[in-house]
Design a protein around this ligand. Structure first.
Ligand SMILES: C[S@@+](CC[C@H](N)C(=O)[O-])C[C@H]1O[C@@H](n2cnc3c(N)ncnc32)[C@H](O)[C@@H]1O
Length: 223
């Protein structure tokens, strides 16, 4: 897998444990922990609301991280594949998924800008917390479109702009985020207009657009 390294790439490689612990609710007690836990709970509930109610066969989790969503989805689908550009994150994903009863998952080291699957493979694709950091959200969405079936669904998140959390995207905010929440600075935050244009440019139809805590857009899109 070849691509230019960005700051956040090195973060996902070197801080995979902190990130994985954070998402498992482990790193600290007290207020930061409660904030993160609450945010993640609301995010997961929104994801579940946006996923198709009808049966899903093949799911792709792009930028699967520590595999929390794959674990959630595995029991209700035929297969779930996860790709991530950080080998370290994939190690943690493997640990998360090994604890899952169903063995219908696979993990692949790959970049989201060149998804290693043939066209029309997945009827559901999720990309949570990914478009924030990739070099080109447009190219990643093009790849998602390519590997999605004609009647498939994409559920993705993207940082929202403006947001009451915009302060956390300033240089001072970035160091607070890194120090307390173990998260790198985001590269892309978008307004509603920018988001709709982005998805429309790729050929997606946004069917639901909602947000979590005014921090993050959550999009359900179809072709
Ligand atoms: C904020 S984490 C989100 C993880 C998971 N989707 C979740 O919501 O818990 C971002 C993940 O995207 C991965 N990532 C970042 N850029 C990527 C790229 N270009 N291709 C594939 N994965 C990427 C990182 O390694 C990291 O695991």
């Amino acid at each position: 897998m070849k691509k230019a390294m960005k700051n956040s790439d090195s973060y996902w490689q070197h801080k995979a444990r902190q990130f994985s612990d954070l998402y498992a609710g482990q790193p600290f007690t007290g207020i930061p922990s409660r904030i993160v836990a609450r945010f993640l709970k609301d995010r997961t509930e929104t994801l579940q609301r946006l996923l198709p109610k009808t049966s899903i066969r093949h799911v792709l989790d792009v930028g699967c991280g520590s595999g929390v969503h794959m674990k959630l989805l595995a029991p209700r689908v035929r297969t779930v594949a996860g790709i991530d550009s950080s080998r370290q994150m994939l190690i943690f994903a493997r640990r998360t998924l090994t604890r899952s009863a169903k063995k219908n998952w696979r993990l692949i080291h790959a970049d989201a800008s060149a998804i290693p699957f043939p066209p029309h493979t997945f009827d559901c694709i999720i990309a949570m917390g990914l478009l924030d950091y990739v070099t080109s959200p447009l190219q990643v969405l093009r790849e998602c479109r390519r590997v999605m079936t004609a009647r498939g669904v994409l559920v993705a998140s993207m940082p929202k702009k403006p947001s009451i959390f915009s302060l956390l995207r300033s240089p001072v905010g970035d160091s607070i985020k890194r120090g307390i929440f173990h998260l790198p600075p985001v590269d892309h935050a978008v307004t509603k207009k920018e988001l709709l244009l982005l998805f429309q440019t790729v050929g997606f139809r946004v069917v639901t657009l909602t947000s979590v805590w005014s921090a993050m857009w959550m999009v359900k899109a179809r072709l």
